[in-house]
Design a protein around this ligand. Structure first.
Ligand code: FDA
Ligand code: NAD
Length: 433
């Protein structure tokens, strides 16, 4: 017998939690909504896993960071879902989806039917074993996506006190994990193929600051090469990392952050895809009737830039979930909601640093402010200029007001003064907009 719900959210991550809150706000009857998640816990703020979850002192733990505390909202504990009559179906992996029959089948053989499905399956990690890297199955090689992964890494950090870690990848995971491992007194070496860290977003000027700051904190950085193999000890635990350039690094722990991949495999051939994600309209509706996709898996119209994009960041996962639920509820009343008009917003924190970025990182760039890593209080930023307009802005160590000001610049896209003048004006340019 299939369990039947009016609405099913598939995935129990950030989007699912924010969607549930929006359903409750808009009105949902007990028994109408279910969240199905392979994780064993209610939706939580995933960004905590690479930050406070791994702190050496007073690490964050559930239930402390269930959604929606990450955006200053109410913390939704399992009891909240209970009170609202929202069914949390946890530790349940869906292994087959039949969008034509409107049904989902779990690994345990249960069938779930729905009228409306919200796909919120997020991303999974790319593994070194995917590229056949020799020895990549050794123990103590970690990836970080879910709370279970973070628990395993935390245990290893405790077990390998004062040990050595190699961090493979120079993106978000690489930078955040290197910092937190260092805080745990682990000797850290980062390895990445590019000429500078976080090339997806950072200019060489921005990266130069973080690389020097990390070096000052004692993080070793090896650029321009990749890990091609691992050796392990007689317990099967990783012992060495072999690099393509011939170097060999000792390691008690390896953390790999070489990118994410949207989890869309269940729906292949059943729903239209674009740019690696599930194609949606501005209401996160797919081309299949009654099926929506939100968060990391959605490729949606980014109105501000007139193109379809996929965004793998938490702010969008929250907002897209809310937009989809608003659209679903409005359509039931024969109404519509406004199109999603998203301003991309990314952020990261490590050591005592904190940056925010808004807009689009295309065109020419202007670096401003004090980006000397030796300064006692460095504060600097970058503007991106395209077709004579400022389209993106980055700021390290901004106050809330300053961050708001750069967000406004990215939204308003003011004409750019000449580059030298913009560099000179720096933040005061943003404050005037
Ligand atoms: P999310 O990954 O949150 O949830 C997907 C859920 O679906 C999971 O519970 C998963 O188990 C479940 N699922 C998948 N397939 C399933 C199946 N077949 N059956 C059942 N359940 C299934 N962003 C940012 O802007 N700032 C930051 O600081 C960070 N920090 C950060 C740290 C770490 C460690 C990670 C991994 C990610 C971040 N991010 C971030 C990115 C951000 O967390 C991410 O964009 C959102 O969590 C995406 O939300 P979703 O709901 O789309 O997926
Ligand atoms: P990423 O795309 O940010 O970075 C991957 C890095 O690994 C890149 O520098 C890439 O060039 C490098 N790389 C690729 N192949 C390599 C190889 N063989 N050896 C060494 N390096 C290699 O991805 P990530 O850091 O793994 O993050 C995964 C997901 O989690 C992403 O969706 C990301 O947005 C999300 N996340 C976001 C934040 C944040 O927004 N603050 C924090 C953590 C995670």
């Amino acid at each position: 017998m299939a369990k039947t719900f009016k609405y099913i959210i598939l995935g129990g991550g950030v989007s699912a939690g924010y969607a549930a809150r929006e359903f409750a706000k808009q009105g949902v009857k007990p028994g109408e909504l279910a969240i199905i998640s392979k994780e064993a816990v209610a939706p939580y703020e995933r960004p905590a896993l690479s930050k406070a979850y791994l702190f050496p002192e007073s690490p964050a733990r559930l239930p402390g960071f269930h959604v929606c505390v990450g955006s200053g909202g109410e913390r939704l504990l399992p009891e909240w879902y209970n009170e609202k009559g929202i069914e949390l179906i946890l530790s349940t992996e869906i292994v087959k989806a039949d969008l034509a029959a409107k049904s989902l089948i779990s690994a345990g053989g249960e069938t779930f039917s729905y009228q409306i499905l919200i796909i919120a399956t997020g991303s999974t990690v790319i593994r070194l074993t995917d590229f056949g890297v020799e020895g990549a199955n050794a123990k103590n090689i970690f990836y970080l996506r879910e709370v279970d992964d973070a628990d395993k890494l935390y245990e290893a950090i405790k077990a390998k006190k004062n040990g050595k870690a190699v961090v493979v990848g120079g993106g978000y995971i690489g930078l955040e994990l290197s910092a937190v491992l260092k805080l745990n007194n682990i000797d850290v070496t980062m390895v990445y193929p590019e000429p500078w860290c976080m090339p997806r977003l950072f200019t060489s000027g921005i990266a130069a600051f973080y690389e020097a700051y990390y070096a000052k904190k004692g993080v070793n950085i090896i650029k321009g090469t990749v890990a091609v193999g691992f050796t392990s000890n007689s317990d099967g635990e990783v012992k060495e990392v072999k690099l393509k350039d011939g170097r060999v690094l000792e390691a008690d722990i390896v953390v790999v952050g070489v990118g994410g991949r949207p989890q869309t495999a269940l729906f292949k051939g059943q729903v239209e895809e674009e740019k690696g994600g599930i194609k949606t309209d501005s209401f996160f509706k797919t081309n299949v009737s009654g099926v929506y996709a939100v968060g990391d898996v959605a490729t949606f119209p980014l109105k501000l830039y007139g193109e379809l994009r996929r965004v793998e960041h938490v702010d969008h996962s929250r907002k897209s979930a809310e937009q989809a639920v608003k659209a679903i509820k409005a359509s039931e009343d024969g109404k519509t909601v406004e199109e999603y008009d998203y301003l991309p917003y990314f952020y990261s924190r490590s050591f005592d640093l904190s940056w925010q970025f808004y807009g689009d990182n295309v065109g020419d760039t202007v670096l401003f402010g004090d980006s000397n890593p030796e300064s006692s209080k460095p504060k600097f930023g970058t503007y991106w200029i395209k077709d004579g307009k400022v389209v993106g802005a980055f700021l390290e160590s901004g106050t809330p007001e300053e961050n708001q000001a750069i967000a406004k610049v990215a939204r308003v896209q003011p004409p750019a003064a000449d580059a030298d003048q913009l560099a000179e004006e720096g933040l005061s340019f943003a404050s005037k907009i």
